[in-house]
Design a protein around this ligand. Structure first.
Ligand SMILES: [Zn+2]
Length: 112
């Protein structure tokens, strides 16, 4: 499910500085406005507009991103992904060390 409340947020938040990192990914989408006589009803959609998709409490949220902010928001999403990748690496190395330590302790316990 997409969060409809989030669509208006991008327009009302003002010019807050972008956070250094953000979850999710920025995607461009073309949209239908819903007016029956509009060109988009015949398949000629509006846009593209930019949105950031991210998970919040297990729910997929779609947030409007101003075109001017799209490169910055996209970069912030990339920085977050890079941070998470580094964290996973760190965790994997930590688990590896912990396992080697544990097997060393067990060798000592067995009197090897
Ligand atoms: Zn339209």
């Amino acid at each position: 499910m997409l969060g409809t409340a989030d669509r208006a947020r991008g327009q009302t938040e003002g010019r807050d500085p972008l956070p250094k990192t953000l979850p999710g990914a920025v995607c461009a989408q073309k949209v239908k406005c819903g007016r029956p006589n509009c060109r988009c009803a015949k398949g000629e959609l509006h846009g593209p507009y930019w949105y950031r998709f991210f998970r919040q409490g297990g729910r997929l949220v779609k947030e409007y991103v101003r075109q001017a902010d799209a490169p910055g928001v996209r970069a912030a999403c990339e920085r977050r992904r890079e941070e998470e990748r580094q964290l996973r690496d760190l965790l994997a190395r930590g688990v590896g060390r912990w396992r080697r330590l544990l097997s060393a302790v067990r060798e000592v316990e067995r009197g090897e």
